[in-house]
Ligand binder design. Structure first.
Ligand code: HAM
Length: 426
């Protein structure tokens, strides 16, 4: 028997109320903040990700779904959105649009990771980017937008992790100091960190291995080595956060797993998903557009993983409204009236009243059972005697009471009754 591929999951109808709620809440907020939707291809040229995300990152080294298409081109399923957004910004000359260009996308991304709770090989992101402006007030906007989303979804126990990773002017000097510090401690660190020391020293700070923790704790901090521009950018950003009384934790170890970041990096952490505690991550990437051959374009953004959001909502007992279904079921007595029931159902749907009708040739009792299971508010019963007089019976599924209504008057009657019931609902 076939199963969904490892690390992927089917999002079944009973899960969908969470997904709709999360996406709808995000879209409402994003529009409120002035972000516009953009949809991009799910695959791009492999080299776009290699150049953006970075050759020595875990994503590029181990996690990309890369394939040759039948024309011999190397393509990769997107492991993240930022590279594609910046590619589209350059391709469509968005530097000529009023800046900053605020864009968002919602959709799947793919990473060949070891699956565990909150970590999938196909997962979904709400991705947000603001391009073409270097003002730290924009970092603040993007970061508070992320935070606002989790507040709006009803999350508790969040923490906001903030750091600066400098820029190509000041970072190399810091990396050299960090390497120096580690050189004397090679015997104390794990196998992976020895490799990181050569390949991607900043990631040393991100190691989760127990034996490396004392070494990380004493490591030099990047914010002590920022150039004046990066330091002042970071100070201004923190001022904005302080002014709002916004809680945050300065996390000197926060370096993120993608190479394009400059200056600000941040993550939102939440309890309830084990080791995968980052529900969202992002930062500034002022050199990326140029790296991809475009005009110098600063940018800042974040992505939030929907699977992790839904997991935490369940863990924290956050309830979501059910999806709207049909409110009316049309039943009939006898084969002759089935045609009328089908016709009446179409009529109701066209007038904007959600309805389904009975199928097959079940008894009225069996049809009413179906109606009950379907969770409708009313069942319309097309019965011989009433129908001959241009009427149908209307049964309230809430209290079992029944009235007769003129067929011509059915839509008006139902609309009013449904409205009354939904406004009195708790
Ligand atoms: P990221 O930190 O790699 O950043 O991913 C962002 C979020 O996506 C994570 O915090 C997590 O919620 C979710 N996520 C990542 N990988 C997985 C996975 N395997 N399974 C489930 N959820 C996952 C980026 O992707 C950047 N492009 C964010 C960004 C946008 N930076 C600037 N603009």
């Amino acid at each position: 028997m076939y199963k969904a591929p490892r690390g992927t999951q089917d999002i079944l109808p009973q899960e969908q109320p969470y997904w709709f709620y999360v996406k709808n809440t995000a879209i409402r907020l994003l529009h409120l903040y002035g972000y516009q939707p953009i949809d991009l291809p799910i695959f791009e040229d492999t080299s776009l990700f290699v150049r953006s995300v970075g050759e020595t990152t875990d994503i590029v080294e181990k996690e990309m779904y890369t394939f040759l298409d039948k024309g011999g081109d190397s393509l990769t399923l997107r492991p993240e959105f930022t590279a594609g957004v910046v590619r589209a910004y350059i391709e469509h000359g968005m530097h000529l649009w009023p800046q900053p260009v605020r864009l968002y996308s919602i959709g799947p991304a793919f990473r060949y990771e070891r699956p565990q709770a909150g970590r999938f090989r196909q997962f979904h992101q709400i991705n947000v980017e603001a391009l073409g402006e270097q003002d730290p007030a924009l970092d603040f906007e993007v970061m508070t937008l992320a935070w606002h989303l989790y507040e709006e979804l009803g999350f508790k126990g969040l923490s906001f992790q903030v750091n600066s990773t400098g820029c190509p002017k000041c970072r190399p000097a810091y990396v050299a100091i960090l390497k120096d510090y580690y050189q004397g401690k090679v015997s104390l660190i794990c196998e992976d960190c020895r490799r990181r020391l050569e390949r991607n020293p900043l990631r040393l700070l991100d190691c989760k291995n127990e034996q490396c923790q004392p070494v990380i704790a004493q490591a030099p901090k990047i914010i002590d080595f920022l150039c004046e521009e990066c330091a002042s950018h970071f100070r201004t950003l923190l001022d904005y956060l302080d002014q709002e009384g916004h809680p945050y934790t300065l996390n000197h170890r926060l370096v993120r797993g993608l190479d394009y970041y400059t200056k600000t990096v941040f993550e939102v952490w939440a309890e309830g998903i084990g080791a995968q505690n980052a529900v969202c991550g992002g930062g500034r990437y002022d050199g990326l557009a140029q790296e991809l051959g475009g005009p110098p374009t600063p940018g800042v953004g974040f992505a939030a993983g929907i699977e992790r959001i839904v997991m935490i909502m369940k863990h924290q007992g956050i309830e979501v409204p059910p999806l709207e279904g049909p409110k009316v079921f049309v039943a009939f007595t006898g084969e002759a009236l089935k045609k009328e029931a089908v016709k009446l159902t179409s009529r109701l749907r066209r007038s904007g009243i959600g309805a389904t009708h009975a199928l097959g040739d079940r008894s009225l009792k069996a049809q009413l059972k179906r109606a009950d299971k379907a969770g409708v508010l009313y069942t319309v019963i097309v019965g011989e005697e009433e129908f001959a007089q241009g009427k149908v019976a209307l049964r309230s599924m809430k209290d079992g009471t029944q009235v007769e209504v003129q067929i011509d008057d059915l839509e008006r009657w139902l609309r009013e009754a449904i409205l009354k019931l939904s406004s009195s609902a708790p």
